[in-house]
Design a protein around this ligand. Structure first.
Ligand code: HEC
Length: 174
């Protein structure tokens, strides 16, 4: 005997069967090309740095167009944090920690800019532009010469001023 309840159960089973045949619909496979956009980590030892290069002079031009609005001219005086170091860290104030006196690796500066900046349009810079911006900011911080050309090899040779300023909390775990 078909009651409304049994008809509903049969209808439900039919529908569920159809849905299962289509799969769970959780998305689609990621192509290798799409994955490269996200698989972009650059490590402290420089592994993961891409091909490309840039100079501080090129970086100055890109900076003027894409960064000055928030970080100020030449890296100071904007609404976002200063990118130029004025002196040693003397207090717990986070604003005192900048590229020259805090960041231990140049390669992670590259990673940060490429991944997150400009703030309103992350991942919009080419690798050459990121090398140029990194060169410009490191030159302003007097870490590299104004005429330096940065690429993966040159980046790996940079020793940041604060490289040895971090204390490992669990050195035995390395
Ligand atoms: C719309 C505003 C905006 C623009 C444009 C912008 N930034 Fe930023 N930037 C920020 C904010 C906000 C932060 C994170 C918070 C902070 O440190 O003030 C930040 C952080 C940074 C930091 C890390 C600073 C530190 O020592 O922690 C770097 C490096 C940086 N930006 C570089 C750039 C570069 C290079 C450009 C241009 C390509 C750029 N930013 C454009 C807003 C901006």
């Amino acid at each position: 005997m078909f009651t409304p309840k049994s008809i509903a159960i049969v209808a439900l089973l039919v529908c569920t069967g159809a849905a299962q045949a289509d799969g769970p619909r959780l998305g689609k496979a990621v192509s290798a090309e799409e994955l490269t956009l996200w698989d972009s980590s650059v490590m402290p030892d420089g592994s993961g740095l891409p091909a490309g290069s840039g100079t501080a002079a090129q970086g100055a031009q890109i900076y003027a167009q894409k960064c000055t609005a928030c970080h100020g001219e030449k890296g100071v005086g904007g609404s976002a944090s200063a990118l130029i170091t004025r002196g040693p860290i003397t207090s717990i104030n986070g604003g005192e920690k900048t590229i020259g006196n805090f960041w231990p690796y140049a390669s992670t500066l590259f990673d940060y800019i490429r991944r997150a900046m400009p703030w309103q349009q992350p991942k919009s810079l080419s690798n050459d532009e990121v090398y140029a911006l990194t060169a410009y900011l490191l030159a302003l911080n007097k870490v590299v010469d104004e005429g330096a050309v940065l690429d993966a090899t040159a980046m790996k040779q940079i020793k940041m001023p604060n490289r040895d300023g971090f204390i490992l909390r669990f050195p035995d775990r390395i």
